[in-house]
Design a protein around this ligand. Structure first.
Ligand code: GDP
Ligand code: MG
Length: 296
């Protein structure tokens, strides 16, 4: 009969292998302080990604982030383990002079590439190199409703050369739907005008199918997100939301904001692609540069 190669069996092997080894996925949040980065990290862990597998205790008020700080949870689904790490950053804009405020972030990203490279070059190299590389950087834009600020332009330009960036509009509940739409369009124009590369990049679409799927995402970028650390009762269900005088903004409800779109992009539909782009493009660029340096 047909089915010579036995693709089913191959897929099964791949799945079993993934089950044994598990994998790591690292996200970083970046942006000015006070934009809700730490809150969104909590939202992500509290949202449906992980509700079953871990119950983080985040009832306390979120303190101001003062150091680069990573939070990991092992998420297990159908026997496969994923170690999801989010690197929270202190945010910038606190100083009068924000010059070079991207340096600690870029340094951190490069240090992880360097660690990986060292392991790869090691004679007794591990069968599986621990992967601390940043697979995606979520960049928070303030909900001004205006344009990209020079600082954001400068920051993202630099960042875009070393890591995949997904820009988001922070605290989107402070904008009306109309303002959101206009602001999103303006940001997309600005990103293009400044040559800022954001994920998913057109150049890396592999085929027509990729293009169609990614075009849908590109149309929505930057996602207008809302974060929270509280749950509320809505029609007898517990939902993550922000309670206001006018009602509850449901964070995971796509009619209210695009948090769910962001989450799905990161840890559902594009997780493997983000890992591939990190390894094949960003890490590769780093590796080639470093090896050239040491040969010079
Ligand atoms: P970070 O400095 O970027 O980490 O910001 P935090 O997560 O510490 O949040 C700063 C403040 O903004 C806190 O008072 C949060 O409750 C509030 N906040 C966080 N996310 C949102 C949001 O989506 N909408 C609104 N309106 N406020 C938010
Ligand atoms: Mg913070």
């Amino acid at each position: 009969p047909f089915g010579y190669v036995g693709i089913e069996a191959v897929l099964d092997q791949m799945r079993r292998k993934a089950m044994k080894t598990g994998f790591e996925f690292n996200i970083m949040v970046v942006g000015q302080s006070g934009l809700g980065k730490s809150t969104l990290v909590n939202t992500l862990f509290k949202s449906k990604v992980s509700r079953k597998s871990c119950t983080p205790n985040y009832e306390e008020k979120i303190p101001k982030t003062v150091n680069l700080q990573s939070i990991s949870h092992v998420i297990e689904e159908k026997g496969v383990k994923m170690k999801l790490t989010v690197i929270d950053t202190p945010g910038f804009g606190d100083q009068i002079n924000n010059e070079n405020c991207w340096e600690p972030i870029v340094k951190y990203i490069n240090e992880q590439y360097e660690k990986y490279l060292k392991e790869e070059l090691n004679i007794n190299r591990k069968r599986r190199i621990p992967d601390t590389r940043v697979h995606c950087c979520v960049y928070f834009l303030p909900p001004t409703g205006h344009w990209l600020r020079p600082l954001d332009v400068e920051f993202m330009k630099r960042l875009g050369k070393t890591v995949s960036i997904v820009p988001v509009i922070a605290k989107a509940d402070t904008l009306t739907m109309e303002e959101r739409m206009e602001f999103k369009q303006r940001i997309r124009n600005d990103l293009q005008a400044h040559g800022i590369r954001v994920y998913p990049q057109k150049e890396y679409d592999e085929d027509a199918e990729d293009r169609i799927m990614n075009d849908k995402i590109r149309e929505k970028i930057p996602f207008a997100v809302v974060g929270t650390d509280k749950e509320h009762q809505v029609n007898g269900n517990k939902v993550l939301g922000r309670k206001t005088k006018w009602g509850i903004i449901e964070v995971e409800n796509v009619a209210h904001c695009e948090f769910a779109n962001l989450r799905d992009l990161l840890i559902r539909s594009h997780l493997q692609d983000l890992k591939d782009v990190t390894h094949n493009i960003h890490y590769e660029t780093y590796r080639v540069r470093r090896l050239n340096e040491s040969n010079a």
